[in-house]
Design a protein around this ligand. Structure first.
Ligand code: 9MR
Ligand code: ZN
Length: 568
């Protein structure tokens, strides 16, 4: 790919419209009729450490007219086509949420909602508590985690956390109906879809409050449809990781479902169930202060989602319990003490992945006035400082590569696309902090937003592979996710809206190891091959992370339009 663009497109009113080319010289922007709307020189050469090429940035931010365009070099090389329009991210944003519906387990997918991607109800049987033969658990439901059919608490909690915060902060971006079974019931569909997962999570809690780490078979199924997978599923050991994430997630959901402007009697009842579950989990955590981590039993190959510490999970739980208690005007002391105790150990509070969830504690405290009051000024300042320092570090990374993105060469790990979008979440939170501080430096917000835009541009095609990393979106969207249903359903195209894990500098599957020569620059370590689970799987939490960032960008574009309207 000689000219790399965001293949979905650029928001008309936003001035960050950038591409990258591999040749210097002059370029034009043409519409479908061949008319030239912009002409300019590529910027100075950048020796890019992420992909190992010398590249030349293009900036056509002055073009605002809606339309379908491509970029063209003097030698006649063309980019993929893309759109410039208002709310250009709407389609991909909604598809990334709707994709979760296709992961629903325990129910049939009907043509009305699923189009051609129908299947009969899957995994309808009871599961056995691992190590307790005959002790059965009725834990049907939830979303398949990824390309496999397992369901795991810690990534589930992160997915729900990202979606609920995105909804809570950028509600306008969640107004469209998604054609899921609950659509039209008065509740935003993102809350309907999340409820499907939350109902399953509730079933994973033991009577004493502890939460089973995961529900999977002993080994991953072959590439078969889910209803054909008849393996026995096990509920594996209770862990403090799962219990703390569960606690946080339930406390947050209790607040969001009850506090949502559309909440009716049913949502209130649901919220009370979530709250009770959160309290039981909290009690378990208090009674079990030692880390209870998780490792797979020998010989089992389903996901582990292991961790070396549960401090960040306990921190998130304390923050959400504190926020909930503050919202209910209850005593928050117990939660604040735990929050401060863990913060005092000096752990970082800027990540939003399943290994490190501490960033969610910062989200909880910094996005809610009552929670901030409960935390106290000192803690608020400490969290704000940490968030802004990290945002500055990320923004600075953008100055050292041709894509303007907050990535270093070492950041391209398994699921690197989540690193890309989770950094977008951190930058969004930093913008919120600046807004609260009423920091007059609008330039700082603009800089963070520019980097957020670069993260999304990358995801949608402005990268060295030339692929858009979201199925169904872009002229060259990847088409072969490591996803069992897609592999087995006999349909050519995968369903739209799945974010690929993306380039992985340390490939971890057989085919990728064989095909990618050692020393390949990290952004080039990608293959659009179904077999490559370490490069091209999809997961619920890679989608939710991207949804957060598209929600921010959509909402900001509207805010800007409104401000401009008011000024006019
Ligand atoms: O997303 C996970 C990635 O960060 C890890 O490096 C990898 C290996 O442990 O596991 C990934 O998670 C997989 C999970 O274990 C099972 N479901 C599919 C997930 C995505 O590949
Ligand atoms: Zn299933």
């Amino acid at each position: 790919m000689a000219i790399m663009v965001n293949q979905v497109g650029y928001e008309a009113a936003v001035s960050h419209k950038k591409a990258v080319a591999d040749r210097p010289g002059s370029y034009v922007l043409k519409n479908a009729a061949g008319e030239i709307l912009w002409q300019g020189q590529a910027g100075e050469a950048v020796s890019d450490p992420l992909c190992g090429e010398t590249l030349y940035p293009l900036d056509f931010g002055s073009v605002q007219a809606p339309g379908k365009y491509h970029l063209e070099s003097a030698a006649g090389e063309k980019s993929d086509t893309f759109t410039i329009d208002r709310d250009v991210l709407a389609g991909v944003h909604n598809a990334m949420i709707k994709a979760l519906y296709f992961q629903r387990c325990g129910c049939a997918l009907e043509e009305k909602y699923a189009g051609p991607y129908v299947h009969a109800a899957c995994h309808t049987g009871d599961s056995e508590v691992y190590g307790e033969p005959g002790h059965m658990l009725m834990a049907q439901g939830g979303w398949h985690d990824a390309g496999d059919y397992g369901r795991y608490i810690t990534p589930a909690a992160v997915t729900i956390g990202q979606l609920l915060y995105a909804y809570w902060l950028y509600t306008m971006a969640f107004q469209e109906q998604l054609n899921i079974p609950e659509s039209g019931n008065g509740l935003p569909d993102v809350l309907n879809e999340c409820r499907y997962e939350l109902e399953w999570m509730l079933k994973m809690q033991r009577e004493d409050g502890g939460v089973y780490h995961k529900l999977t078979a002993w080994s991953h199924a072959d590439f078969i449809m889910p209803q054909e997978d008849k393996d026995l599923f096990y509920a594996y050991a209770v862990s403090s990781l799962a219990t703390a994430d569960f606690c946080a997630c339930m406390a947050l959901a209790a607040r969001v479902y009850r506090g949502s402007s559309t909440a009716g009697k049913e949502e209130k009842e649901f919220s009370l169930r979530l709250e009770a579950a959160a309290r039981r989990a909290w009690k378990w955590l208090a009674e079990n202060p030692e880390p209870l981590l998780f490792t797979n039993p020998q010989g089992s190959n389903t996901g582990e989602y292991g961790d070396t510490t549960d401090a960040d999970e306990r921190l998130w739980a304390a923050a959400e319990m504190m926020a909930l208690a503050a919202w209910l005007k209850e005593d928050t002391r117990e939660y604040r003490e735990e929050l401060c105790r863990i913060l005092d150990t000096g752990l970082a509070v800027t990540d939003f992945g399943w290994t490190d969830v501490a960033g969610f504690a910062a989200l909880a405290v910094l996005t809610d006035i009552d929670a901030a009051k409960a935390a106290g000024e000192e803690t608020v300042q400490r969290l704000q400082t940490a968030v802004l320092e990290e945002a500055d570090r990320l923004a600075a990374l953008g100055e050292h590569n041709a894509f303007g993105m907050a990535m270093g060469a070492g950041d391209f790990c398994w699921g690197s696309n989540m690193v890309v979008t989770n950094r977008g979440i951190l930058l969004a939170l930093a913008c919120k902090v600046l807004e609260i501080q009423e920091d007059g430096t609008a330039g700082r917000v603009a800089r963070y937003e520019e980097v957020m835009q670069a993260q999304i541009d990358y995801l949608l095609g402005k990268n060295i592979t030339g692929y858009s990393f979201v199925t169904g979106f872009g002229e060259h969207a990847y088409r072969h996710p490591h996803l069992r249903t897609t592999a087995a359903d006999g349909i050519d195209d995968p369903m739209a809206g799945w974010v690929s894990g993306g380039p992985n500098g340390k490939p971890g599957d057989e085919l990728a190891i064989r095909m990618i020569p050692a020393g390949t620059p990290p952004m080039k370590c990608y293959l659009d091959r179904e077999e490559c689970y370490s490069l091209n799987e999809m997961t619920i939490y890679w989608n939710s992370s991207a949804v957060f960032v598209t929600a921010y960008l959509r909402q900001k574009a509207w805010d800007r339009e409104r401000e401009q309207g008011e000024q006019a």
